[in-house]
Write a protein that binds this ligand. Structure first.
Ligand code: CTP
Length: 426
């Protein structure tokens, strides 16, 4: 049995906490809840108490409550502290180290890992102040899940800002707890400079980092029913996103249309065309590491038909005029500002694999290129295995044939080591 301390913030997504508590209890965890004043505008302590089967803590200066279980004990008697919904205001107060209510006092006093599930309007999430607070909290060892893209509570609003769904939260809470190991609490965990344990090191060398990955093909419309596509399955890109998440990163995966499932615990943005992919990538920046594994269509149809293009008896087949798509990797690699510290591209080649990859690396201004031979005989497209060459400024490494998940893991561990080196040298 693990002890989850759930800090409920004041947002409409607070209603999801009732289900979260129920699911966690079903899985044998004890859930104790703290609610901010604003949270009580959305759901009542009575409902939360009934579902958690425990007294709900709301007041910092409540003599009875303090006598029964003080805020320090509340903070210490948890294996994980989950903040959901983590509103913009709550994140700001956490980043500043405030302790002017029970929720923030507990968050400051705990040594357990903290998992925050932000939920807010997309404009608030992308605001420079919130970005700054999230970066600060990540540096302090707080782990984030979501927010996801989708419809907002406000009618007609959509974007990134929805709180992660309950199954995602449960999965992530359990993975943080599992990384933690022992039943008894904090012994296994590293204690960061802030004195708070984080479920990050050494198994999670990417904790506090944001990793952006593109994956899958793009579909470029010819008309409303037809499109130009390619054979990419998305397996390698999705494996990279998953590996980054397992190594502790917050991960944004921008995926073209694929037949495989979204990796758990990853913020997935689904797109169809190259132009949509570029837009989603730009919106997800800044990132520490960006890996471009998508097989982006080089060209799109200049003027896709508004209606289905019909055959006309006796007429010549239509010819398609193609125009070049934006180079997403090249655009990000050559950015003056907000360029990720490490930009990794893939080179899918059928001949002179390494030579072409070296040229591509320089031409696109990329740090690393993962080159693979996609000749039909290699069975890379759609397959589970890959044999790659890592091309860096220092030279070329020929990696043995591995599973795509192993390639992903090795690549991300290399990336984490490089970032750690860079951090030490500043
Ligand atoms: N890429 C991209 N945007 C594009 C085309 C490619 O981001 N419009 C990225 C891919 O995700 C990959 C890398 O660029 O990481 C190399 O893609 P590849 O198709 O192999 O090379 P191209 O630059 O398209 O050159 P060519 O097709 O001529 O080999």
């Amino acid at each position: 049995m693990k002890r989850v301390l759930l800090v409920i913030g004041g947002g409409i997504a607070a209603y999801k906490c009732l289900d979260l508590i129920r699911r966690l209890r079903e899985r044998g965890h004890a859930v104790r809840c703290v609610m901010t004043k604003a949270a009580q505008e959305f759901i009542t302590p009575l409902a939360v108490g009934a579902i958690s089967n425990d007294r709900v803590a709301t007041e910092l200066f409540d003599l009875d409550a303090e006598r029964e279980i003080g805020h320090i004990r509340l903070a210490r008697e948890a294996d994980i502290v989950v903040v959901a919904p983590a509103t913009a205001d709550l994140l700001a107060r956490m980043a500043q180290g405030h302790a002017n209510d029970l929720a923030t006092a507990v968050l400051l006093a705990t040594r357990a890992p903290i998992l925050a599930a932000p939920a807010m309007n997309p404009a608030m999430w992308s605001h420079a102040a919130t970005r700054r607070n999230v970066r600060q909290l990540e540096a302090d060892g707080v782990t984030f899940i979501g927010p996801n893209a989708g419809e907002m509570a406000e009618r007609g609003e959509a974007g990134v800002g929805r709180m992660a769904e309950v199954p995602e939260l449960v999965e992530r809470i359990e993975s943080v707890l599992a990384d933690g190991g022992s039943e008894s609490g904090f012994g296994f965990l590293n204690v960061s400079a802030s004195g708070r344990a984080s479920a990050s090191q050494p198994a999670q060398p990417l904790a506090g980092r944001h990793v952006l990955v593109t994956s899958g093909p793009t579909h470029e419309p010819i008309d409303p029913v037809r499109y130009i596509a390619n054979r990419s399955s998305g397996k390698q890109g999705h494996a990279i996103a998953d590996a980054a998440r397992r190594l502790g990163a917050r991960v944004t995966l921008v995926s073209g249309p694929v037949q495989i499932a979204d990796p758990d615990g990853v913020d997935v943005r689904h797109v169809e065309t190259a132009r949509q992919m570029l837009e989603a990538v730009e919106a997800a920046l800044p990132a520490d590491i960006a890996v471009f594994a998508a097989a982006v269509a080089d060209w799109r149809v200049a003027a896709p038909g508004r209606g289905k293009i019909k055959k006309t008896a006796g007429a010549a087949p239509p010819s398609l005029e193609l125009v070049e798509n934006p180079d997403i990797l090249g655009t990000v690699a050559k950015r003056g500002t907000r360029r990720p510290s490490l930009v990794v591209g893939f080179a899918a080649e059928t001949q002179s694999v390494v030579e072409n990859a070296k040229t591509k690396r320089k031409a696109k201004g990329v740090d690393w290129i993962v080159a693979n031979d996609v000749s039909e005989s290699e069975g890379v497209f759609g397959g589970d295995r890959n044999r790659v060459h890592l091309v860096t400024a220092e030279g070329v490494e020929d990696w043995p044939e591995m599973g795509k998940d192993e390639v992903a893991d090795a690549l991300l561990k290399r990336a984490a080591a490089l970032l750690a080196e860079k951090r030490e040298s500043v």
